[in-house]
Design a protein around this ligand. Sequence first.
Ligand SMILES: [Mg+2]
Length: 223
Amino acid sequence: MIKLVAFDWNGTILADTSAVVAADNAVLKYFGLPKTNLKKVQATYIIPVRDFWLNMGLDTKLFDANSEKIVSLFMETYEPFEQVSRTRSGVRETLIWLTKHNLDTVIISNHVLEHIQIQLKRLKLADYFNQVLARPRGDNSHMHSKSKELKLKDYIKATGLKPKEVVVLGDTEEEIEISKNFGCYSIALTGGNVSTIRLKKEKPDYLIHNLIELKKIIKDLNQ
Ligand SMILES: [Mg+2]
């Protein structure tokens, strides 16, 4: 019986892939590296973000000396786009359905908590989530480690849920890996920051193209 759905934020709830690509390009330009595009990002995006930047051509020394600068350059370009980003298709309808059926929902993210809260308010979605598990401003742990797994672990422990009562849904390999580590169900959403080929390789329990498909999966699992 599924009781909790843990959603990723960037590329899953928020349709911000074009904002990410623009912000990546601002960083690449600063370091005199060639421009990227969505296809290339989907082929290389990885958490911790440090590995992504190394894939994009930054050398280790340059990255380590400039990791704070990279965060600020990225955010400078990302933020104005974030303010106008819409939700991915099917988000609202799915959240309304989950709420109606008394399922708990949380957001697990490597993004800044305050940013997510502002966007949830703007998009009138704040009431649909029990909690947002993300990093405080100034905590740049996402650059070097995979911190959201630990946040979800604490949450599941505190709520006393069993692994098979939890679904983790996201647009990257990270959420599939988290699900497998916990023994939860994994749902991968295509069209975000990682290519469909890469998602398939990780063998998620379900691969969906629109969030609306979540309803049927939960109905089937809860039968
Ligand atoms: Mg994501």
